[in-house]
Ligand binder design. Structure first.
Ligand SMILES: [Zn+2]
Ligand SMILES: [Zn+2]
Ligand SMILES: [Zn+2]
Length: 404
């Protein structure tokens, strides 16, 4: 989620003035009295009181939530900076005003159901320049400055570059947009390389954090390299190495970057259920991560043998950026000589917190663990790419982890 700084909302119980402190970290940058639609200060007191503040219309401006202890009306002041833009009464699903009072009270306001735009944490429109081989931002009408003359010329895939997240052993930060040439360059050294426009590159905008050394993926291209001469990111997958402002072609150094492109609406991880030895338990499991953050957990278990099984299956999907989603399921299938269905199916969907780091699943590793015991008493354990053990069956929904 985009990190926004917060400000402080005050209310004076004597004068009924509402005031905002615009903060710069812990220091007040400025303060303003809240004014009405006509620009004049507005004074509201009991039975009205402020019960919360949050961005209700998603315009990036916090709004003020009021409740009337007598009429039980709830009202939102949609704010434009310190001025009220509108103040509608909160209505029910059917559009009629809703009045709720004790024993209920509003205990907080916030974003409980994030509907994040992927571009908040990753920027699209990054392209390969077919003339100089550098990566450049193609989101502006002007195409920067290409060493081969004129602006850069986009060719091939459209990349989506992650930014504003922690560096990890497989993702390097300090990749920046140069506002002079529109190229992507590494800003981690005091020396800013060679800009086609002259002298060094100059950073602007996001701090990109780019995955590297993860191999090619269906939705990510490898062979993007740092040029040790000009400090730009260039594509090293062709025999010719483009045009480097430091002279000749670019020269690769350091990591092999793997850059995401053409992300789909979901990432699907699936594997057959395989039991070890003589056991006759089979089937499949599928974990789907959707771009809205929801996680769908499906499976099918089948017993083709004589005895039945109790089984537990757990799967974990881990991203190289330190996020993971884990789910588990327990069930029972009957055998030829034992009661119960030979088949067991499940299909569950969980609303999710995966939206914040959806694109990371382009690089995720999928691990499963199957444990099962036979009706005849023997305990068997099958192992399929065992990664992290957690107690199967004790997990009601997905487990979300930020650090694993
Ligand atoms: Zn170019
Ligand atoms: Zn530059
Ligand atoms: Zn170069």
């Amino acid at each position: 989620m985009k990190a926004l700084k917060s400000d402080i909302l005050w209310h004076n119980s004597t004068t009924s003035e509402t005031q905002l402190w615009f903060m710069d970290h812990f220091r007040i940058a400025s303060r303003a009295t809240v004014v009405g639609e006509d620009g004049s200060p507005i004074f509201v007191g009991p039975p009205w009181s402020i019960v919360g503040a949050s961005d209700f219309n998603g315009d990036g401006n916090a709004d003020i939530l009021w409740h009337n202890s007598t009429s039980h009306e709830t009202q939102i002041w949609f704010m434009n900076n310190f001025k009220i833009a509108a103040r509608p009464t909160v209505v029910a699903e059917d559009g009629s005003p809703i009045f709720v009072g004790p024993p209920w009270c509003i205990a907080g306001a916030g974003v409980f159901q994030p509907n994040l735009d992927l571009t908040i944490l990753a920027q699209s429109a990054w392209r390969y320049c077919g003339k100089c081989s550098a990566m450049f931002f193609d989101g502006y009408p002007t195409k920067g400055a290409c060493l081969s003359g004129g602006g850069h010329q986009a060719a091939g895939l459209s990349f989506l570059l992650p930014h504003s997240r922690p560096e990890t052993p497989v993702a390097q930060e300090s990749w920046r947009f140069c506002h002079k040439c529109n190229e992507l360059f590494f800003d981690g050294y005091p020396d800013k390389g060679h800009c086609p426009v002259g002298s060094g590159h100059e950073a602007a905008g996001f701090n990109f954090v780019l995955p590297h050394d993860l191999g090619g993926r269906p939705v990510a291209q490898a062979n993007w390299r740092y040029c040790g001469k000009c400090h730009a990111m260039f594509f090293d997958g062709f025999p010719t190495k483009g045009n480097c402002p430091a002279g000749g072609g670019h020269v690769a150094a350091g990591f092999n970057f793997v850059l995401p492109h053409d992300l789909h609406n979901s990432f699907v991880f699936t594997t057959p259920l395989k039991s070890g030895g003589l056991a006759a338990l089979g089937g499949w499991v599928t974990l789907t991560i959707q771009s809205d953050g929801a996680v769908r957990w499906q499976g099918h278990a089948h017993d083709s043998g004589a005895d039945g099984y109790d089984f537990s299956i757990s799967v974990i999907v881990q991203t190289p950026f330190g996020h993971a989603v884990a789910v588990a399921h327990s069930g029972q299938v009957g055998g030829f000589f034992t009661p119960g269905s030979r088949d067991h199916d499940w299909d569950e969907t969980y609303g999710g917190q995966a939206a914040d780091f959806f694109f990371e699943f382009a690089f995720a590793e999928f691990h499963t663990n199957l444990q099962y015991s036979s009706d005849f008493g023997s305990v068997l354990t099958g192992l399929v790419d065992w990664a992290i053990k957690f107690t199967a069956g004790s997990v009601a929904g997905p487990v979300w982890n930020s650090v694993l």
